[in-house]
Ligand binder design. Structure first.
Ligand SMILES: [Zn+2]
Length: 383
């Protein structure tokens, strides 16, 4: 594992896809473009993004998830038994059509442009989820690399649609067994390839904590959660801990946020991490990558001995946070966390969905520059 400076600067995951990549992706999905041509477009964009992160001064770089349609749907391309369906396709399948449609409207999610990976058969890795992407990034950077993966709870909930999945997996717990095995195989590959940081994304945890009455989200279109959110959270913790079991020497993080699919903040969830704290503390990961730039995240909490990936800029706004305001937020955090356990990042990705990024690449770059400037000031004060 490569060494990182104090207050390492990184991003959470997605970056707005360049038009050429979006076009190539659309053509590839329609069968009008081969895999090699799509890869060429994506490769060029990843190289540009790595160069940008180098220029800005990011310490832990990512590929911006540029090859992915969104942060979890891409598994459909890599895993047998999984089919990509748009939310509009899902409408045909789910029992409560009116309720699902209402939910999509309330959440401000376009049904035709967002896809979900749905389990329609026994699952098995056709190809690794992120190993090839990591290899490509490592050929083009000498900086430490972060790879993001959907967490086991998110994947299980997103993929299990009783109407389509039950003939292969009678329950979501049955499906979860194979999801855990799939992610463990991936972690093993990434570790052997020398990845520096793997972040598991579990945005659905916040829904359990902050909207317990709502049993469906667009990420879990057709799955009614158990009535008791505590039981679901226990299941999520158990699945995550099984995925990471034995990977003690790998730096692992877990990202939780309150939604990042719309710039309309009123459609996103709100609430402090307090109801989740007990669960997050039990996770055997070294870092929690958390939103704190938005007021919706409440006050900063300690989570045992874990590192915090401190969200210091809001990915959904046009205003660029000043380095001074970021320094001030980090100095507040120093009351709870030692400097050695604070990473600096935006609250979430800038791209989320390829067809609907929450910001422009130019604004995203300016926000990262502000974080790097703040890290420079902090290092002079606390090194
Ligand atoms: Zn997020």
């Amino acid at each position: 594992m490569k060494t990182l400076p104090l207050f390492p600067v990184t991003s959470v995951g997605s970056w707005p896809r360049p038009v050429a990549v979006c076009d190539a992706q659309r053509q590839f999905r329609r069968g009008r473009l081969g895999r090699n041509e799509f890869d060429e477009a994506a490769d060029a964009a990843v190289i540009d993004l790595l160069r940008l992160q180098h220029d800005i001064g990011c310490d832990l770089v990512t590929d911006g998830e540029l090859r992915r349609d969104n942060f979890y749907s891409f598994v459909a391309d890599k895993v047998e038994g999984v089919q990509l369906m748009t939310l509009a396709d899902m409408l045909d399948v789910v029992e409560d059509k009116a309720g699902f449609e209402r939910l999509l409207q309330t959440l401000d999610v376009p049904a035709y442009s967002i896809s979900s990976p749905i389990c329609v058969g026994r699952i098995a890795r056709r190809e690794p989820l992120a190993l090839h992407d990591l290899r490509f990034v490592k050929r083009h950077t000498d900086r430490p690399v972060k790879v993001t993966l959907p967490g086991p709870y998110l994947l299980t909930r997103a993929m299990f649609v009783p109407e389509l999945t039950a003939s292969s997996y009678p329950s979501k717990e049955d499906l979860a067994e194979d999801v855990v095995a799939l992610l463990r195989a991936e972690l093993d590959d990434l570790r052997n390839e020398g990845v520096d940081f793997v972040q598991l994304d579990e945005p659905v945890l916040s829904e359990l904590a902050f909207a317990p009455g709502r049993t469906r989200t667009f990420m879990c279109a057709a799955l009614a959660a158990r009535k008791d959110p505590a039981e679901e959270l226990d299941l999520a913790v158990a699945l995550i801990n099984r995925v990471v079991d034995g990977f003690d020497r790998l730096r692992l993080g877990l990202h939780v946020c309150r939604g990042n699919w719309s710039r309309d903040e009123s459609t996103l969830l709100s609430g402090s991490y307090r109801p989740l704290a007990g669960y997050l503390t039990r996770l055997n990961v070294s870092q929690l990558v958390l939103e704190y730039a938005t007021d919706r995240a409440g006050d900063l909490l300690p989570f045992d001995e874990k590192e915090v990936g401190l969200g210091v800029v809001n990915p959904r706004t046009d205003t660029i946070e000043s380095p001074e305001s970021i320094v001030s937020a980090v100095e507040d955090a120093l009351a709870i966390y030692p400097a050695s356990r604070i990473f600096l990042n935006p609250d979430c990705g800038f791209g989320t969905f390829s067809s609907r990024p929450v910001n422009t690449a130019a604004t995203a770059a300016s926000k990262l520059r502000a974080i790097v400037a703040a890290a420079g000031t902090l290092r002079t004060r606390y090194c």
